[in-house]
Structure formats: structure tokens, C-alpha cells
Design a protein around this ligand. Sequence first.
Ligand SMILES: [Zn+2]
Length: 246
Amino acid sequence: MKIEDLGKRFNIVDAHTHIGSYPIFNVELSADELVKALITYHIRKALVFTYDNKGVEKAVRIHKELYGLVWANPKDAKTIKFLEQHLKDPKFVGVKLHPLLDGYLPTPEVLEEIMCLVKDAGWKVLVHCGHPPFTLPWSYEPLAERFNNIPIVLGHMGHGHIIYINGSLEVAARRKNIYLEPSGMPMHTKILEAVRLLGAERVLWGSDAPFHHHAVELTKLMVAGLSEKELELVLGRNALNLFGLE
Ligand SMILES: [Zn+2]
């Protein structure tokens, strides 16, 4: 099957995308370009987030297939205010945390205010996971333990480092509220391992566009060796259920 046709068979939701310009990576993507890519691969919906919350707000108002996660930074009061103002906004469905870029350790103490707002709203959290010193899988475990009713998705599930990838599996096996999202993680075999270890309900597909290509990330899923039922869950059903998109 051609990768462009996967979306004709499954209801695909991209749980991890960005818009905007990223000079240090030398990549950029507008909301229009993102939507064009979604159409190419028959991806029905996408979660989008960047540190420019207002840019995301503009995009999700225009494009019905896009939903926002609020970029929340405990060191930046502007983001907390934005979060408070959008807790009832139907086009925002959760929070993105990036302790590496924002420079903090994601402890329950540091994130208390944000997590309590998330909890009251019934929202979910997606975090960047895979780089020292602040975003290793083990760094999120006390947070997952303290807020054990809030689903926390480890975006990149350890990223490119085998010790951190295995660490993500280890932490998720211990904490039932941890979910894994494999964008940018190079090993298709670890996707299958995650599904066998945790159950297909706890793995969500994301592209991390524009840092990674939709075709590459979809191919990883396609060759991972999942059953039809598991593919259906991982490619979209889980994100729809978790973030309440239907
Ligand atoms: Zn990302």
C-alpha cells in the first residue's frame, strides 16, 4: 500500500505538530502548509502547538481540522494567563510542556499550578521527552505519580537514544497514566515493543512536523508489525478518545 493511501483505510490523527519558524533547525511551516500536508496523507485531524500560543489560536480558528495544545511554561506568566483564558475553549484540548527549551525540571512542585488547572479542565498533557538535563523519561515519573489521574504523553518516547527509549518504556510500564508517542524515535521495532508491553491503547501516532516528515513517520508505523486493530488505535482512535476530539 502507498503511504498516501493509509489514511483512506484508517482514521488518522496527528498528535504532534508545530507551525511557525525554527531558525536553529532551519525549518518552518505555516498553518496552510500543515493543512496541505494533512490533506496529502488523508490525515483527518492534528494537534498543533508552539511557544507562540496566539499563532496557534489563529490557526485553530481558521482550520477546523486543527486543535491546539496550550504551550505552558511555569516560568512565563503570560502562558499561564493564556492557559486560564482558554480552559473552556473547544479548540484547545490540552497542554504542551517543553522543560528543555524553557529551562526547568518538570517536578510536581514546579508544575503544581499548571497541573491543577489541567486537572480541573479534564485536559491531558503532552511533553517533550528525550534530552538531558530536563526531559529524560525518569524526570517525568514523580509528576505522573503525583498527578496519577492526568494522562501524560511522552512525545518522542526518548527520541534518538536507546537508553532513553528503553527508559520511556520502563517508566510507562510503571505508571498507567503515561502514554508514548514515537515521532522522531528511529526504531520501528520499539513501537511494536511499546504496544506489546503497554497495550495499543497507550501508544499514539504523531509526526512532529516540520521536524520530521509525515511520510517517514507513517512508514515507521506501517512497517512496525502491528495488527489492523492496533494500527487503528495507534494511528487515530487513541488520540480521538484521549483528547476528546469527537
Ligand atoms: Zn515537537
